[in-house]
Design a protein around this ligand. Sequence first.
Ligand code: SAH
Ligand code: SF4
Ligand code: F3S
Length: 435
Amino acid sequence: MSEPKKLFIKTYGCQMNVYDSERMAEALGGKGYVETKSAEDADMILMNTCHIREKAAEKVYSELGRFKGLKEKNPDLKIGVAGCVAQAEGEEIMRRQPMVDLVVGPQSYHRLPAMDDALQKGEKALDTDFPEDDKFETLKSRPKAKRGPTAFLTVQEGCDKFCAFCVVPYTRGAEVSRPSERIIREANELVEAGVKEITLLGQNVNAYHGHEGGLAGLIWALDKVDGLERIRFTTSHPNDMDDALIEAHGTCDKLMPYLHLPVQSGSDRILKAMNRKHTRDEYFKLIDRIRSARPDLLLSGDFIVGFPGETEADFEDTLDLIRTVHYGQAYSFKYSTRPGTPAAEKTQLPDDVASDRLQRLQTLLGDQQRATQESMVGKTVKVLFEKAGREAGQMIGKSEYLHAVFAPATDVAIGDVRSVRITKSERNSLGGELI
Ligand code: SAH
Ligand code: SF4
Ligand code: F3S
């Protein structure tokens, strides 16, 4: 038998890309590729890219520059660009970097095996279609080989919301929900491979409509999967948080008390300009409803500062919203102009103004995150252990609230869920004792 070919995948961007990278590796596995952790000994390098901000997109070209040397040493090495930059820029990538052999978009990567045939003949391959055939139908079942205790599972793709700053509706296409039978089958396959916790993914995961009762209906169906212990989902849009989903947070034991619910801005004027289609008051009311269903839920958010037209008063409104809501976790970004989006046409704010706001925002969010973490000290949480800790004799896992928790490893195996009493809060993790 010939030596297996080695595939090196580098993943950028969101969790949906992490999921897609796994599926790409599985698709190419059928062509005899096995994954390697080093670009140096690869026969194929795939970069699964992100287009969300300018920096993310530009990084692709600097990384490609790095791989150039490898291609000079090994002319048989194939280099591919997948993901959202591939979708957004297509052929332009091959023009800017002629050593790229393959460009494949997020909706067409199930065609990778055929594209690899073309590469082996010395041709180039490009596919950025939004094909009629469903990629998940072509991709085979998930491998049976034992895997770690947590997994992502894409249930919904694309976005019809068209926020004024965002490229996702263009790179991922229209909103599509996968049929629930297939999701449940995939969840069962993951559980058989050792998975205990599944995070359901979608750009607007709570707009999922492939099951009666929407995402809540799907969660209740997954609740019945034996061996599956935890369910999470991300990312949600405030306007799609329906009553059933809010209620599930109070009543479904497997659904973890953590919710990523981006709001982007606390100013009504900016929310309108962003086309987010809700006000700050509506967001406050929603948070109240969610917290009455599940008082201990840890709330996470995304924020953009320096959106075109954002005044100091608008920014103060965002700080005020953050103080009112109090986030346990958050991600914040300086607005980045994206080609083809409506906001790109507007007058941009000076960079120093945006940088200053980002710093102030992150100070506040950092304080809240630390306070939330410190408030866990003395409490008992349930930890799903994922791997060995940094120090000998330690194991590390995640609490219900997605805090990283380390504890002495005595009698604990990867995949175990154990009660841990939190004794200390460190920079990015909590320490505790098994009870
Ligand atoms: N579907 C998710 C977000 C996907 S993008 C949602 O609606 O919440 C992830 C985050 O990137 C967004 O929440 C936003 O905060 C940020 N983002 C998106 N486009 C951006 C841009 N042009 N500049 C800066 N940040 C951006
Ligand atoms: Fe982008 Fe808005 Fe869609 Fe989220 S909801 S993916 S921010 S367009
Ligand atoms: Fe980036 Fe595409 Fe995800 S642009 S954030 S990889 S959907």
